[in-house]
Design a protein around this ligand. Structure first.
Ligand code: ATP
Ligand code: MG
Length: 640
């Protein structure tokens, strides 16, 4: 693997945390949980009835209390959220303002008949009301289920029906790349078929006039009359906080259910360890709250710590590709957390754009969502971080609740390896195993697994314990199977190689998508790439590669084919040379920043394309498809 190491010494070496975690993980997390405010201490740290875990059983706690009430003494006037609209409008919410809004909203929910355990669907754009709604639910023990506002009405309807939500919270519309998305119309369609819904609350973001139906209430009118006196319910630690349907890269959404005490413990610890959060920091995570990163590291993590954060409403490249750097400069952002996909997009347009902004306030950078190619990592480190910001590459999932593998500048000095997420966080035990369930030697590829329960882990899949057991716990006995392919090197560093179901099997060799894509991206001409397999009579599978070139690259396709074949031959090996290259101007991606390889595979194999409503840009699919068909035609012609 990459031999180039980067040591970033932050002067912190609280390795005691690591040491104590190795002795007894249950006792370790027991200590960590003391950082939260509990109404009643737990009786039992972990009740483990595999695969069902109950963390901090007997304890009473509230997520809204731990993110708001506890800050009112020292931080009431501190800014919780600097909100920036896509149209550059601004709003600011202090901790006391957020507190008051949340209490009012809890009272509204109560007045509409919402009780502890009821489900509330939140279908809002990235505006502060999304956090107010979530915390308003948490305060009274209602289970929120945020549905990303890019989903279609049928996806929304499926999720409302699956969770049997009583209430839907939405907006008249949202902005995306300068266009208005009429969310209320989408909700009307979904609600007309979802019988569980009793009330719809509508926030007016666009203010261009909407028709109110029988079940509809205006947010502003309800808030006007609401009291801001509302105590937080004392809830069991195991009380469900939310259901989040996974991003659906595989096309079949799963209702991941998270509890309260364990989940918050995990977030409190990882937010502090990974981001090394200080009172003076200005934190900016670009994730939409519709994804787990937005739940854990926009809504809950920063607020548990009383941090100040930026919340941005719109597309990262609107009105142009410099928008993120503009925001960093404008608000003096110190911590920036984004996706490799976004970084590859920024990098495609060269260094001059970020170089023309003052990014000197940045002190820490992070990524999440996909493996980061070493080349992109170095660009992030050199051009954005100006060689002084550590990068945390954080591996985790909707199901894990919080970070599981990451370097942790808040507790130890770090030797970073570009492209490796580094090591598991304290208190979790992660390994790489072969198909028989045995640990593989360092340097050997295999399945990533988690050996012990951890506090942020999902409780189950909503309404489907059997599926929960089958998907995560049946492949290997008593071990959690995340479905990722990985390697652990001789220093104990983890390298994530892509999803197990995307692994390429070429003539008996297994190659992770990330290995090959990183090799292609390491070529100077390439901005992005995605590879997938198609059946091959001789080799079992052969590889095809979709490639997005950097701005201004001018070569013939044939010449590029040769250049890229050489790159792969020299870095991964001749076995991994793609059979065909397709040059396209974009790749199909979800809004959470993942390349939808499932789609590429379906296109390449001429299969039916499944649910694409989470796609960032529908045009990309058509483009990949037409690029593929065009090449297919010319290949067929030359065969004759
Ligand atoms: P679904 O499970 O519905 O198909 P998803 O797995 O894409 O959706 P998430 O839970 O948002 O939805 O993503 C988790 C996955 O993202 C991980 O399993 C892993 O494949 C990938 N991932 C996240 N962070 C990293 C990282 N730092 N390095 C490598 N891969 C990552
Ligand atoms: Mg997943």
């Amino acid at each position: 693997m990459e031999s180039e190491d980067f040591e970033i010494n932050l002067g912190n070496s609280f390795t005691d945390i690591r040491k104590s975690s190795q002795e007894d993980f249950i006792e370790f997390w027991d200590n960590q949980a003391n950082s939260l405010t509990w109404f009643k201490h737990w009786d039992n740290t972990l009740n483990w009835n595999p695969p069902f875990a109950k963390w901090f059983e007997g304890g009473l706690i509230n997520a809204s209390y731990n993110t708001l009430d506890i800050h009112q003494k020292d931080k009431s006037s501190k800014i919780a959220i600097f909100w920036e609209g896509e149209d550059e409008s601004q709003r600011t919410l202090s901790y006391s303002q957020l507190f008051s809004e949340v209490k009012k909203f809890s009272n509204i929910l109560k007045s509409l008949g919402v009780k502890k355990g009821d489900r509330v669907t939140i279908y809002l754009p990235m505006i502060p009301e999304i956090i107010i709604s979530m915390l308003g639910c948490a305060r009274i023990g209602a289970i929120h289920t945020v549905v990303f506002s890019g989903f279609s009405s049928s996806s929304l309807k499926d999720r409302i029906e699956d969770s049997k939500s009583k209430i839907v919270i939405t907006a008249d519309g949202g902005f995306r790349k300068g266009k208005i998305i009429k969310l209320k119309d989408i909700v009307d369609d979904a609600v007309s078929e979802a019988n569980s819904v009793e009330h719809v609350i509508v926030f007016e973001r666009i203010k261009n006039g909407i028709t109110l139906n029988e079940k509809d209430h205006l947010w502003s009118e309800l808030m006007e009359n609401a009291s801001d006196d509302c105590d937080a319910e004392q809830l069991e630690s195991t009380h469900p906080l939310y259901i989040l349907y996974t991003s659906g890269t595989t096309g079949k959404p799963k209702g991941v259910l998270h509890g309260t005490g364990g989940y918050l413990t995990h977030l409190h610890s990882t937010y502090k360890w990974a981001f090394d959060i200080k009172d003076s920091d200005i934190y900016f995570c670009t994730a939409d709250i519709g994804w787990v990163t937005g739940h854990s590291y926009v809504a809950y993590g920063p607020l548990l710590h009383g941090a100040t954060q930026i919340m941005y409403e719109g597309a990262p490249d609107f009105p142009d590709i410099s928008r993120m750097w503009n925001i960093i400069q404008k608000y003096n952002v110190t911590i920036f957390y984004t996706t490799p996909t976004a970084l590859r997009m920024f990098m495609k347009f060269g260094d001059d754009i970020p170089n023309s902004f003052n990014l000197s306030t940045l002190r820490l950078l992070g990524t999440v969502g996909e493996p980061i190619n070493p080349e992109v990592w170095k660009w992030y480190f050199n051009i954005i971080g100006k060689k002084h910001c550590p990068i945390i590459d954080t591996w985790w999932q909707t199901e894990t609740g919080g970070m599981m593998i990451s370097s942790l500048p808040g507790i130890e000095s770090n030797i970073l390896k570009p492209g490796s997420a580094t090591k598991p966080i304290p208190g979790v035990s992660i390994s790489v195993i072969d198909d028989d369930g045995n640990d593989v030697d360092s340097g050997t590829k295999g399945s990533l697994i988690i050996k012990n329960p951890w506090p942020g882990m999902l409780m189950t899949l909503w309404g489907d314990d059997e599926k929960y057991k089958n998907v995560y716990w049946s492949k290997f006995e008593n071990m959690y199977y995340p479905g990722d392919y990985a390697i652990r090197d001789s220093d104990g560093y983890f390298w994530l190689l892509g999803r197990s179901d995307d692994v390429l099997k070429i003539a008996g060799h297994r190659i992770g998508t990330a290995e090959l894509e990183s090799s292609l991206v390491s070529n100077d001409n390439v901005a992005e790439s995605a590879v997938c397999g198609i059946p091959d009579e001789i080799k079992g599978e052969s590889i095809i590669a979709f490639v997005v070139l950097k701005d201004g690259v001018e070569y013939s396709n044939e010449k590029l084919n040769d250049i890229l074949k050489d790159t792969v031959r020299n870095s991964v090996g001749a076995i991994a040379i793609p059979k065909e290259f397709y040059f396209v101007s974009k790749l199909p991606k979800t809004r959470s920043g993942k390349i939808m390889r499932r789609l590429l595979k379906a296109i390449a194999n001429k299969e039916k394309i499944g649910d694409v409503s989470t796609l960032e840009d529908g045009a990309a699919v058509t483009e990949v498809q037409s690029a593929f068909e065009e090449l297919q035609k010319s290949v067929n012609a030359s065969d004759r």
